[in-house]
Design a protein around this ligand. Structure first.
Ligand SMILES: *Cc1c(COP(=O)(O)O)cnc(C)c1O
Length: 374
C-alpha cells in the first residue's frame, strides 16, 4: 500500500496537515533566516529580542481586541506549563473542569494532584461531544477548552450562567491552544485565554501566551498569598517580566519571531475574521466531502460542535484509516493519523489558518484516490 504513488497533480501544495506542531509558512521561515544574524544568538534582555516580545504582545492584543485592563503575558514551557501556573496562581480552592478529551482531562489531573486544592469538580462527556459548565458555589474557577484537539470538538466560549441569567462568579480559564487564532472569541467571556503558538500561530513550541482579565490579574496576586509558588510557575513574576517585554528565563527567539510574523500576517489582512474565515473555508471543504463520501463521515455528530480547526473523519470498516495515513505519508502528506489514545479508525486533519483551503480540498482527492486503490 505504502508503495502507491499519488499523481503529482492531485497532491496539496504543502503536505503538512498535522495538528501540532503544524505547518509554518515559508515566508515566515525566510524572514527568520534573514533576521538571524542580528537576532538569533543575541541577548533576550536587549532591545532586538525585546522588540519581538513587544510585537507579540501588541499583536495578540490587537487580534483579540482585548479591552482596557486586559494584559498579554508570555512565559516558557508551553500550554502544559500554563496548567501548572493556573493550578498555583489562578485557582483559590476548587476548580470545575469540562473534560472531553486528552488535553482537557490533563488539566483536571493537575488540579487533582495539587495538595493545596480541593479535588476538582470534573464534568465529562463522551468523546466526540462536549459537556456544559454548571455553576457551582464551591468552585472559584471554570476550566474550558476552546477546541479539544484530540477529538476535533469545539465549544463556544461563554461564562457559565446562573439561573438568574447572570454570569457565575469565578474565573473562566480557557485552554485555547489549538483554537486561538482560528476560532472567534469574545474577551468579555473569559478571564484567561491561554495557548502555545505551534498550532494556529504557525510557530514552534515551548512558549505559553495568556490573555488575562483584570480579575485574573488580581487573583494571581492574591491566590499565591501564603501558598508556596515555584518562581518558574509564578504568574505575578511572568506578568512583571512581560510588562518589560521579557520572559522570566531565556525564551526561544525563533518561536517568538515566527509567532510575531503570524500575528502580523493575520492583523494586516483583517485580524481574527480573516484567520477564522480561512479555517471556516477548510472546514466546509472537509466536512462536505465526508458527508458526501460513501466510506467516510464526520466523527462529531452535532454540526455546531465540529471543529473548524481540527477535523476528525471516521472511516467505515471496509477502509483501514491507518493504511491510508501511511500511504499519504509516503507521498509527503504527513501527520493525518488519528490521536493515538482515541483509538478510532479515522483521520485527523488540521484546518489551521496557515493551511490553504485548496490543500484540504487536494487532501480529499488524494484520500479518494488511495481508497479506490486499496
Ligand atoms: C497541543 C495542546 C496542548 C499542549 O500544548 P504544549 O505546548 O505541548 O504544552 C494543550 N492543550 C491543547 C488543547 C492542545 O491542543
Amino acid at each position: 500500500m505504502a508503495d502507491l504513488t499519488i499523481p503529482a497533480e492531485l497532491l496539496p501544495s504543502d503536505g503538512r496537515l498535522g495538528c501540532g506542531p503544524s505547518k509554518i509558512r515559508h515566508e515566515a521561515v525566510r524572514a527568520l533566516y534573514e533576521a538571524g544574524p542580528r537576532l538569533l544568538g543575541t541577548s533576550h534582555r536587549q532591545p532586538p529580542v525585546r522588540e519581538i516580545v513587544r510585537r507579540v504582545r501588541a499583536g495578540v492584543r490587537d487580534l483579540f481586541d482585548l479591552p482596557e485592563g486586559y494584559e498579554v503575558v508570555v512565559g516558557n514551557g508551553g500550554a502544559t506549563a500554563f496548567w501548572e501556573v493556573a493550578t498555583f496562581c489562578l485557582i483559590e480552592r476548587r476548580s470545575e473542569h469540562l473534560a472531553f478529551g486528552e488535553f482537557s482531562s490533563k488539566f483536571a489531573a493537575s488540579t487533582k494532584a495539587a495538595p493545596f486544592l480541593e479535588d476538582p469538580l470534573v464534568i465529562a462527556s463522551e468523546a466526540g461531544t462536549h459537556p456544559v459548565a454548571v455553576p457551582d458555589e464551591s468552585v472559584d474557577a471554570y476550566a474550558l477548552t476552546h477546541n479539544e484537539t484530540s477529538t476535533g470538538v469545539q465549544m463556544d466560549i461563554v461564562r457559565p450562567r446562573l439561573a438568574s441569567g447572570g454570569a457565575a462568579p469565578g474565573l473562566v480559564l480557557v485552554d485555547a491552544t489549538s483554537g486561538a487564532g482560528g476560532l472567534r472569541v469574545e474577551p468579555g467571556e473569559f478571564d484567561a485565554y491561554y495557548f502555545a503558538p505551534q498550532k494556529c500561530f504557525g510557530s514552534e513550541g515551548g512558549l505559553w501566551c495568556a490573555c488575562l482579565s483584570p480579575a485574573a490579574i488580581e487573583r494571581s496576586e492574591r491566590a499565591s498569598g501564603g501558598r508556596y509558588v515555584p518562581a518558574f510557575l509564578d504568574l505575578g513574576i511572568a506578568l512583571k517580566s512581560s510588562r518589560l517585554d521579557q520572559t522570566y528565563n531565556t525564551p526561544a527567539t525563533a518561536t517568538l519571531l515566527l509567532f510575531a510574523l503570524q500575528l502580523e500576517w493575520f492583523n494586516s489582512n483583517g485580524g481574527l475574521e480573516f484567520s477564522a474565515s480561512r479555517s471556516d473555508a477548510s472546514a466546509e471543504v472537509i466536512y462536505g466531502w465526508a458527508e458526501r463520501s460513501s466510506f467516510a463521515e464526520p466523527f462529531v455528530h452535532k454540526p455546531d460542535e465540529r471543529s473548524h480547526v481540527v477535523a476528525t473523519i471516521d472511516f467505515d470498516e471496509s477502509v483501514d484509516a491507518g493504511a491510508v495515513a501511511k500511504t499519504l505519508r509516503a507521498n509527503g502528506i504527513v501527520d493525518t493519523d488519528p490521536y493515538r489514545k482515541l483509538g478510532r479508525n479515522q483521520l485527523r486533519v488540521a484546518l489551521f489558518p496557515t493551511i490553504e483551503p485548496s490543500d484540504v480540498e487536494a487532501l480529499t482527492a488524494c484520500v479518494d484516490y488511495v481508497v479506490e486503490r486499496l
